[in-house]
Design a protein around this ligand. Structure first.
Ligand code: 3H9
Length: 683
């Protein structure tokens, strides 16, 4: 075996040269990999005893893409294009053997090989759009040549990887190999090619699937897809279209220009920032990587309402058996029915198989006895949001749960330490704040109490990943990170409406910004009476007025909007009358408020609250706040989150805006602005 460089080996097995890349953790195409690959290809070509080359990766995956961390630096050494040119110039067949994930530049490199084989568990994709990019190394040119224009359009615009079996069916792969022995299988495949006299087969020359394509395909595709403000998918369509109208090299140049323009765009910078922010969120400052974790295999959930049922579903989906407890049989049956019918609708929508749905539902056991949680490793309480009720549950749980079991509350606002204090094991108590609908929303706020142990936090972080969530550590403060910031936005939204804006204009300012829904549509969805107390309601707030009038949101088919049977919202004259009357009662003369003011008054206080959270140490780093808002509240990914957005406005502008609207900027904002530093880097 010859080490070409620290990440590239070249070996010979009979007449087959074997190039092995080993650049942990994901074999990203960093400079050394590119250089090593070119040198190894050159040596293999020059070796007269070599008749074919096999490219394979060591470690957990095939090449997972270009090295994203190099995107903000000047390109040095050979480019990926140089690697691909070397592959295209090869006179001997190149076979590419794939395990793990072949993504982005990884798949693009694989497509420069003449043949591709993979293990059944491999996944193949062009996920660049998730980083605000288009494939930039020929993906939009070679993919349609292999799998056809329509399927390529889908893959480059939705960014989702496909399975190896699917890749084989589409023509992206030539064969599947045994899961356990990719190298031996790929070598045998290569030898068979040689025995059959098969030679090179350059993807760039395979024009059948891109010839004679009607432009209508592209206009239809554009018309039937809404990319919700994301720019990269539209750019990727342009590149695939070029594959059908231009010679290969010219289209490749266009793709490259578009890739570079995307790379410099604010959208891509925001999305790349979010990629690394998500990975940073998993690391808890002060906690060593090898902090021991507790095994959690048996789960318990208390409460079979919307949240409890959702949380049980999350665990069941991840293969964990769950016992769910309710206080009365009717509520339990209703909760389980809802879980079941949600599974049934997932089957109907083709998301999971019927068999899978049955197996998942079978992991959930309902009971009326809290005692049935005695053998559980981790129990999540999801009962009514009231401190006394929660304390009572934890006091009972304390006696039932086995020693060492982790006790979590799904509270969205309440003090974890107060809850933990009713137990004799506050080190094993923490908040696990799931977001609704729990099976869909990716965020999990992990709330650290004053006494929560490191092992319990590390366990929760690992569990988050295992159940497909992004865990973010939050300090114990009213509303933690997400809802604390949300409260600021909601108060601002209410003030805007009282002053004269319509709830529809307020919502529109945020949907135009990129949120899937505005604060009033969201309040209607959650139910306006959530946390509202009829006995104490005297028409003092907009919410009181709406709830008293029976307009409690979607569930009553009336809130700030009117809803039809399909829950489609429309502006409501009745709601506007309630608002007018409320303004009159408060002696407010409404004034017209423009969209810019609405947006600024909603978003600037969120940034300010984020800065306060950081000053209080309730979030470990600014990027954690962004992850909370990206994954828990629909902040548009291409704007990076509130802290990243603050930097893109400029902190001086944020301070000026807050001051203009009579708000005091958090001292941290002033301090960072004075030093010319970015808040999104704050840790
Ligand atoms: C591209 O290819 C552009 C081309 O078209 C054109 C170029 C000219 N670069 O996610 P994990 C790090 S764009 C650098 O926790 P998993 C990651 O930060 C790229 N670093 O593991 C983390 O570091 P740390 C297209 C990367 O097993 C560590 O690896 N490709 C890259 O849950 C482990 O990551 C993509 O968009 C990278 N490309 O998931 C794929 N990828 O330990 C992006 C990962 O210090 N990657 N790292 O925190 C992924 O989707 C997942 O990482 C993957 C593994 C599925 C591969």
């Amino acid at each position: 075996m010859t080490a070409i460089n620290p990440v590239t080996d070249l070996d010979r097995d009979g007449t087959v040269a074997v190039i092995t890349l080993n650049n942990p953790p994901v074999n990203a195409l960093s400079e050394r990999v590119r250089e090593g690959l070119i040198a190894a290809l050159r040596d293999a070509e020059a070796d007269s005893a070599v008749r074919a080359t096999l490219l394979i990766c060591a470690g957990r995956t095939f090449i997972a893409g270009a090295d994203i961390s190099e995107f903000d630096k000047k390109l040095t050494g050979a480019s990926l294009r140089d690697v691909q040119d070397a592959m295209d110039a090869a006179k001997k067949p190149i076979v590419v053997a794939i395990h793990g994930t072949a993504l982005g530049g990884g798949l693009e490199t694989a497509m420069c090989g003449h043949y591709r084989v993979a293990v059944p568990s491999a996944r193949l994709g062009q996920p660049e759009v998730a980083l605000g990019l288009v494939p930039g190394a020929g993906g939009t040119q070679r993919l349609p040549r292999l799998i056809g224009v329509e399927k390529a359009l889908e893959m480059v615009t939705d960014g989702k990887p496909i399975s190896a079996a699917h890749g084989l069916a589409l023509g992206l792969l030539d064969a599947l190999m045994p899961e356990q022995d990719l190298k031996a299988g790929a070598l045998a495949f290569t030898r068979q090619l040689l025995a059959d006299g098969k030679g090179i087969r350059r993807t760039r020359d395979r024009n059948e699937k891109v010839a004679g394509i009607s432009p209508q395909i592209f206009s239809d595709f554009r018309a039937s897809h809404n990319f919700r403000g994301f720019e990269a998918p539209g750019e990727a369509i342009k590149c695939v279209e070029a594959a059908t109208t231009m010679p290969f090299d010219q289209a490749l140049e266009l793709e490259s220009r578009i890739f570079l323009a995307c790379k410099d765009s604010l959208q891509s910078k925001a999305q790349r920032y979010a990629f690394f922010a998500e990975r940073k969120a998993g690391k808890i400052p002060g906690l060593a990587d090898d902090t021991p974790v507790q095994p959690v295999a048996k789960m318990g959930v208390i409460g079979a309402g919307l949240m409890g049922g959702g949380i049980a579903t999350v665990f069941a989906n991840a293969g964990l058996p769950v016992t769910i407890v309710e206080t009365d049989a009717t509520a339990l049956a209703r909760g389980l029915d809802t879980v079941k019918s949600n599974y049934e609708s997932s089957v109907k929508r083709g998301r999971i198989s019927e068999e899978d749905a049955r197996a998942r539902f079978a992991r959930i056991t309902g009971t009326l006895a809290l005692e049935d949680l005695a053998d559980r490793d981790l129990i999540v309480e999801a009962v009514f949001e009231n401190m006394d009720v929660k304390k009572e549950v934890f006091a009972r749980l304390e006696k039932i749960a086995r020693p060492g079991a982790i006790l979590a509350s799904n509270t969205s606002y309440l003090n974890i330490d107060e809850i933990a204090a009713v137990t004799s094991r506050p080190d094993h108590v923490l908040g696990l704040h799931f977001f609704s609908p729990a099976p869909v929303m990716k965020l999990l706020e992990i709330v650290r109490g004053a006494k929560t142990s490191d092992a319990v936090l590390a366990t929760a972080m690992k569990l988050a990943k295992a159940v497909g969530k992004v865990g973010v550590l939050a300090g114990n403060a009213h509303g933690f990170i997400g809802n604390r910031i949300l409260s600021q936005r909601q108060s601002a939204a209410n003030r805007l409406v009282v002053e004269g804006a319509s709830p529809y204009a307020v919502d529109k300012a945020l949907t135009n910004f990129g949120f899937p829904m505005g604060p009033f549509a969201m309040a209607d969805l959650a139910g306006l009476d959530l946390g509202w107390n009829a006995a104490q309601s005297h028409g003092e707030t907009l919410r009181d007025v709406f709830c008293e009038a029976g307009r409690r949101g979607q569930k009553t088919k009336a809130g700030f909007y009117d809803y039809d049977a399909a829950r489609k919202p429309s502006p409501s004259a009745a709601a506007e009358k309630l608002i007018d009357d409320f303004r009159a009662k408060k002696n407010v003369t409404p004034r017209a408020i423009g969209e810019d003011e609405i947006r600024e008054r909603l978003l600037l206080p969120m940034i300010n609250e984020g800065a306060k959270i950081l000053m209080e140490g309730k979030a470990s780093r600014a990027s954690d706040i962004d992850i909370v808002w990206l994954y828990g509240y629909g902040w548009p990914a291409y704007r990076g989150g509130p802290m990243f957005y603050a930097d893109s406005l400029g902190l001086d502008a944020v301070i000026a805006g807050l001051t203009k609207y009579g708000l005091s900027p958090a001292p941290l904002l002033e301090e960072l602005a004075a030093k010319g530093q970015r808040i999104s880097d704050f840790a």
